[in-house]
Design a protein around this ligand. Structure first.
Ligand SMILES: [Fe+2]
Length: 304
């Protein structure tokens, strides 16, 4: 299958803005969780050993109310990073500038350590498909996404962090691998990378390549965050469902990622069948133990 990315495509070569890559690399935060409403009380009433939280930006891009009040309290106690799901950085549709205004306003409020979204498109022609859709890895698409990352980075005043998505189809027009596309995107824009370990596993399984080729093809100095999550094994393919504990093969890939990338802020994403906080913290403890074994106790417990 193929998609021509002509509508709205622009070249990043003319008038290329200064890269924000000269900015200092964001700090290593340790081991965090995605902030979920089910855990608000446990977090606010207790003092759980969680180093930081990732918040879904869109959930808090509102004018006021209880969610923002809770976020203020959590941001006062923990480092926070913002993670969006609808920037649609690779779409051929014009940017929703109101959305970017909302992102900037939220960032001003919570002072996130970084702002991330996904290397994908989520809609076109005014329709939001509410899914993280794959792109063809062509030079044309790369020019297009580079220009759009520059635009976002100018608007948010910092380097954007982009995550690899899990994919279930590939484009026969692709001219390079996903990791080559991501590497070139990072080189040309100075964006940071969120390396979703489970997504790499899922895509590698579904498309029949070696996840280590992906891992070894990414520029180590641009990776600032890991996602870990559970997937569903459908025998012939796997689906990134975020409703299971992290599986053994993904823990193995995480250990390999630590060996290659060094200390990288790590978190577990759980979006369905969300367990009680202590259960999720136990799983996070397993990530700490792997990091401790690979990189030493100071990486496993940075706050100690
Ligand atoms: Fe993820």
């Amino acid at each position: 299958m193929g998609i021509r990315m002509t509508e709205g495509s622009t070249s990043a070569t003319a008038g290329c803005p200064a890269q924000p890559s000269a900015a200092a690399k964001p700090p290593y935060l340790g081991f965090g969780l995605g902030l979920r409403t089910q855990h608000y009380a446990d977090i606010l009433d207790g003092d759980p050993e969680i180093d930081w939280f990732e918040v879904i930006s869109e959930n808090f891009m509102v004018r006021g109310g209880q969610p923002l009040a809770i976020l203020d309290r959590i941001a006062a106690r923990y480092p926070v990073v913002m993670h969006g799901v609808s920037m649609s950085i690779a779409s051929t549709a014009p940017f929703d500038e109101d959305y970017l205004d909302g992102l900037v306003a939220l960032a001003k409020r919570v002072e996130p350590k970084w702002i991330s979204d996904h290397l994908c498109w989520t809609g076109v022609h005014g329709v939001n498909l509410h899914d993280l859709l794959p792109i063809p890895y062509t030079r044309e698409a790369l020019d297009h996404v580079v220009a759009r990352v520059h635009h976002v980075q100018e608007r948010i005043g910092r380097a954007l962090c982009l995550e690899n998505v899990s994919t279930y189809v590939q484009f026969n027009r692709s001219e390079m691998s996903e990791w080559e596309f991501i590497s070139e995107l990072a080189r040309r824009t100075g964006c940071w990378l969120l390396f979703d370990v489970n997504n790499v596993y899922v895509s590698a399984f579904n498309h029949g390549y070696d996840a280590m080729d992906f891992l070894n093809g990414i520029p180590a100095d641009r990776v600032i965050q890991f996602h870990l999550a559970g997937h569903s094994d459908m025998v012939n393919y796997v689906v990134d469902t975020h409703d299971h504990p992290v599986r053994g093969e993904v823990w193995d890939l995480y250990a390999a990622a630590l060996r290659r990338f060094g200390p990288v802020s790590t978190m577990i994403e759980r979006d369905d069948h969300i367990p009680p906080l202590p259960e999720l913290m136990q799983e996070l403890g397993h990530a700490r133990s792997i990091a401790g074994a690979v990189l030493g106790p100071a990486v496993a417990h940075p706050a100690a």
